[in-house]
Design a protein around this ligand. Structure first.
Ligand SMILES: C[S@@+](CC[C@H](N)C(=O)[O-])C[C@H]1O[C@@H](n2cnc3c(N)ncnc32)[C@H](O)[C@@H]1O
Length: 209
């Protein structure tokens, strides 16, 4: 993997913050992606990146990796992060489940953020949902001790499914989403909230792995 040279906080990075993988078969050296060794938070399906950028700005003591499958969106994240001079943000264009299963080393993420994942409302498409019955096991493997997964959606049926699968996982316990985190809105969330559609949110902390 090509790790972009380390930038200092004083000089905003000029090079792309998107991670270039030499191989999609080898786990990523996530520590090598960032100038400072600090906890890693991952947003899956980060879209245009408003949440990622704003939260990374508020939390310089953590590193952030945005994962998104659409090229146009992850390029926006790159532009925004560079414009903001952030050195604690990287982006990766790849499919989320593949990323978790094959690229993110186990027990690496202090937090996973999944906000407004595609809801796939028709029952025949539910198998495409990111958060399904098998997802807690994957999250459990990737989170570090005491790590937390944060979930938001506008889709009531999907929210119910998310809660059911995590409530049924003894390795996780439901926790409150901190106010300062909930206050950082995503792009879709701002659009939904402006139309009067509320955010449904939940968080689960790993109690054992
Ligand atoms: C509804 S948008 C929400 C974007 C952002 N989280 C927000 O709240 O503004 C869902 C995003 O997830 C991305 N996405 C959907 N499925 C994905 C997958 N399996 N892997 C990576 N990205 C995915 C989509 O391309 C899209 O940008």
């Amino acid at each position: 993997m090509k790790n972009t040279p380390v930038e200092t906080a004083a000089a905003p990075p000029r090079q792309s913050l998107l991670v270039e993988l030499d191989s999609i078969l080898e786990p990523i050296n996530t520590a090598g992606l960032f100038p400072k060794a600090q906890p890693l938070e991952v947003e899956l399906g980060c879209g245009d990146g408003s949440f990622l950028i704003n939260y990374a700005r508020q939390k310089p003591e953590s590193n952030f990796l945005g994962v998104e499958r659409l090229t146009g969106r992850i390029k926006k994240v790159d532009r925004k992060a560079r414009r903001a001079g952030l050195v604690n943000v990287r982006g990766l264009r790849i499919e989320s489940t593949y990323f978790l299963r094959y690229l993110l080393p186990p027990q690496t993420a202090a937090a996973l953020h999944i906000y407004f994942p595609d809801p796939w409302p028709k029952r025949k498409h539910w198998s495409n949902r990111l958060v399904d019955a098998g997802f807690p096991a994957l999250a459990r493997r990737e989170l570090s001790a005491g790590g937390t997964i944060y979930l938001r959606t506008d889709a009531a049926a999907y929210f119910k499914q998310m809660r059911q699968v995590f409530d049924a996982s003894p390795e996780f316990r439901a926790v409150e989403t901190p106010e300062e985190l909930a206050a950082v809105k995503t792009d879709f969330e701002m659009e939904f909230n402006a139309r009067g559609i509320p955010t449904l949110l939940a968080a689960y902390q790993l109690v054992s792995n």
